[in-house]
Design a protein around this ligand. Structure first.
Ligand code: SF4
Ligand code: MG
Length: 327
């Protein structure tokens, strides 16, 4: 089974001057398989968005991808010319963001923005592109598509704007859709509708989906596999059910504990104290050691490796070194 996307030993650093280097993404590796929905979870500042932007090669100065490979269908994306990468971004990988207003151009109508993509990437003429735009808006559940095409982004609600973004993302039938906190800016009821729509589109177009979220609550229903990120690294990775039931990493446990409405018979940590340290001053050793309730002496001396403890269940933590578990 060939992965759609393979990321290997990726490092994306930001050179902040005065010898400060923010290791926002620091040696992460993962694959995404056809039709799979993978969650990338962590607090803000953990490196999730930088991972996504690295895949898209949308990292700006002072940031730079300093090492690693990103492979899609046997193509090494980091070796492509900018123009080839622009093609990949339109046709093979699409991305939607938390705030659609930042991705939509406020001075153009919805219609001109969708038809521009179709004309550019699918080489459609004006008339066909207009017709296809109407179809796309129908597919993503937008009522009165003909009228909406004439409107400007600010005339739509946040939920409708996100539907438009999804329509634009799927317009070229990408193999991979990356959604970075796609519902964080929306009302709770609209959030579920947008997640349902993405799941529906994912099946319909047989895409793989990388869902970036700070909310472990949404992963249960929508994802097959979860990667938990902290301090620019993956600290736990497993099939979704396994990860939620047999949570190993203290950080993941803390994220789960801060969720409302979980069964009360499971013993939990309190909410994690403190905040993610800035990426230019991670603590020595395990990057979670400054907040971990289980911190041991060796945790402050060296950073544990990400190791597979059960089939497909990877953890970066010394507590499990001898097959042990948290009491
Ligand atoms: Fe906590 Fe140590 Fe495990 Fe890091 S390695 S998560 S500090 S117990
Ligand atoms: Mg982010």
């Amino acid at each position: 089974n060939q992965p759609v996307l393979d990321v290997s030993q990726l490092k994306t650093y930001f050179y902040l001057g005065e010898n400060r280097v923010a290791k926002a993404v620091d040696n992460i590796s993962f694959s995404i398989f056809p039709g799979e929905t993978v969650a990338l979870v962590g607090e803000s500042g953990s490196g999730k968005s930088i991972t996504a932007l690295s895949i898209m090669q949308l990292i700006n100065k002072p940031g730079r991808i300093v090492d690693g490979t990103i492979t899609m269908n046997d193509q090494k994306l980091l070796e492509l010319k900018p123009k080839q990468m622009t093609n990949i971004r339109g046709n093979d990988i699409a991305m939607i963001f938390q705030e659609p207003m930042t991705a939509l151009n406020p001075v153009y109508t919805i219609g001109s923005q969708i038809t521009e993509i179709l004309r550019k990437h699918k080489k459609m003429n004006k008339k066909d592109a207009h017709q296809e735009a109407i179809e796309l808006l129908k597919v993503v559940g937008i009522p009165r598509p003909k009228e909406i095409l004439k409107e400007y982004p600010h005339q739509l609600s946040g939920g409708m704007r996100q539907r438009v973004m999804i329509a634009m993302a799927i317009s070229c039938e990408p193999q991979l859709l990356i959604a970075d906190e796609p519902t964080t800016a929306l009302d709770v009821t609209i959030q579920a509708q947008i997640l349902d729509l993405m799941a529906e589109m994912q099946k319909k177009f047989q895409m793989s989906l990388l869902l970036i979220t700070h909310d472990l609550g949404v992963v249960y229903e929508y994802t097959d596999r979860v990667m938990v990120m902290y301090g620019g690294q993956i600290v736990e990775q497993a099939a979704t059910k396994e990860l939620l039931k047999l949570t190993k990493h203290p950080y993941t446990q803390g994220l789960l504990a801060s969720l409302p409405n979980l069964d009360e018979d499971v013993e939990r940590l309190g909410t994690i104290k403190g905040t993610v340290p800035p990426a230019y001053s991670f603590p020595h050793g395990c990057r979670f050691s400054s907040r971990c309730p289980y911190v041991m002496e060796k945790c402050t001396q060296s950073n544990p490796e990400l190791r597979e403890y059960d089939t497909g269940h990877f953890v970066r933590c010394y507590l499990y070194e001898n097959g042990g578990s948290i009491k």
